[in-house]
Design a binder for this molecule. Structure first.
Ligand SMILES: Cc1cc2nc3c(=O)[nH]c(=O)nc-3n(C[C@H](O)[C@H](O)[C@H](O)COP(=O)(O)OP(=O)(O)OC[C@H]3O[C@@H](n4cnc5c(N)ncnc54)[C@H](O)[C@@H]3O)c2cc1C
Length: 388
């Protein structure tokens, strides 16, 4: 059967889920185009560390060309070793802190996204901010962009993240609301002194009413050098390893109700909140080369089913997990593999599009809503009074 089997798949959003889907569809022989609102791959800072669980890694293995997956492995970092719990003077309270699940790897988002853009070439179009979606009568769907252009295909996938335009088209009743979780986050270049603070899978520092979390991003191989060898031509800037620190801002603090008031630089806010803490911790924060304050958003209710047509969702647009779950990217990548498998069945003439998208949607909602619940439960581990 030819590509007429499905027709062109339009993916809205070149984030972690949308790009994984694009690779999986290319691998299955389908025609795909990705439309991204940003003006380019380096348009926005996306460089913090994520922990990628084994199901996410398996999804990448199943989707990416082998040399790009090799680059994922080469630029990932170790997430084994003891998880430490300290008090604010660095007295060890526990060496058995729970961490990411077995087999997880640390990845830098910016590096991962650059790898995912590899080989897709002009299948990815930038500066295409989706404004609206129209499902045509003749078995087509049209995406309308803010720059006045349009694209028409057979299926449209909203991989456009938490503030998804596609979700508003399909499920307008769902609202994006503030959660109680406000975090001040920064990145500090790794030195031997700071590495001692995070010898293993992660470190939690519990001070009076405040929790500081540290994560280590040490690339197995420096990304630009690894890319030059494994995927010549891939656009990959030089990156040093870093410690990612996150402080949960107490809900009563003014910065928690108006994160914008703390400005882009979270260092001053955190230094104010950790006054009197061990000098290594204060210096770690003071030496950050990048920091920001943000309040996490959530959907106001679990995602309900929507009428199955030619438009569907994937990743954060369907299930917005809190960062505490550490499972959002991994879940989005699993969505991508499953959706690609269903569309490939249609492409091969084994089933019709409606039943394929219906099966995908049921699975998406089951797994996605479970991932959201897991993130909410996981947050309880970071609530200060539980361990002090
Ligand atoms: C602080 C933090 C820490 C996290 N840590 C982890 C972790 O450790 N492990 C983990 O698995 N997950 C983690 N996550 C979650 C993870 O980052 C997300 O779940 C994941 O990025 C979702 O992928 P996505 O493709 O759905 O959306 P995104 O990666 O957000 O991509 C959406 C894309 O759509 C584009 N877009 C948006 N609107 C439009 C539009 N109108 N038109 C066109 N394009 C548009 C955006 O520019 C973006 O490129 C974390 C999240 C946060 C905030």
């Amino acid at each position: 059967m030819t590509e007429q089997g499905v027709g062109r798949v339009l993916v809205i959003g070149a984030g972690l889920g949308g790009l994984t889907l694009a690779h999986a569809l290319v691998r299955a022989g389908l025609d795909v185009r990705v439309y991204e609102a940003d003006d380019g791959s380096g348009d926005r800072f996306q460089g913090y560390r994520i922990g990628l669980a084994e199901p996410g890694l398996a999804a990448l293995r199943a989707s990416l060309p082998p040399r790009l997956y090799e680059l994922v492995e080469a630029t990932s970092g170790d997430l084994t070793g003891p998880g430490l719990l300290f008090d604010e003077q660095l007295t060890v309270l526990s060496r058995h802190l729970d961490g990411p699940s077995e087999g997880s790897r640390a990845m830098d988002r910016q590096v991962l996204r650059r790898i995912l853009l590899g080989d897709l070439g002009d299948r990815v179009a930038y500066g295409k901010r989706l404004k609206g979606v129209a499902e045509g009568l003749g078995g087509t769907v049209t995406a309308r962009f803010a720059d006045g252009t349009e694209a028409t295909g057979a299926v449209l996938v909203g991989a456009d993240g938490s503030n998804s335009v596609v979700r508003r088209h399909l499920v307008p009743e769902i609202e994006l609301v503030d959660s109680d979780l406000c975090g001040a986050m920064g990145l500090t270049t790794i030195t031997d002194r700071f590495l001692r603070l995070v010898p293993g899978r992660g470190t939690m520092v519990k001070g009076p009413g405040i929790t500081l979390m540290l994560g280590r991003m040490q690339f197995d191989r420096e990304p630009s050098a690894a890319a030059a060898e494994l995927a010549p031509g891939l656009d990959m800037p030089y990156r040093d390893g870093y410690v990612r620190w996150v402080l949960l801002v107490p809900p009563e603090h003014p910065a928690a109700t108006n994160p914008g008031s703390a400005g882009e630089d979270a260092r001053e806010l955190v230094l104010e909140l950790i006054e009197g803490w061990h000098p290594d911790l204060r210096d770690l924060v003071a030496s950050a080369y990048m920091s920001a304050v943000g309040r996490a958003k959530v959907y106001d209710r679990p995602m309900p089913p929507w009428p199955v047509g030619r438009v569907t969702l994937l990743g954060d647009s369907a299930h917005l997990t809190l960062a505490s779950g550490g499972n959002g990217a991994s879940t989005a990548m699993q969505d991508a593999v499953r959706l690609s498998a269903r569309l490939a069945e249609v492409h091969r003439g084994e089933r019709d599009l409606t039943s394929a998208l219906e099966e995908y949607q049921n699975d998406l909602l089951d797994r996605g809503n479970a991932a959201v619940r897991f993130g909410k439960e996981a947050l309880k581990r970071f609530v200060p009074q539980e361990t002090r």
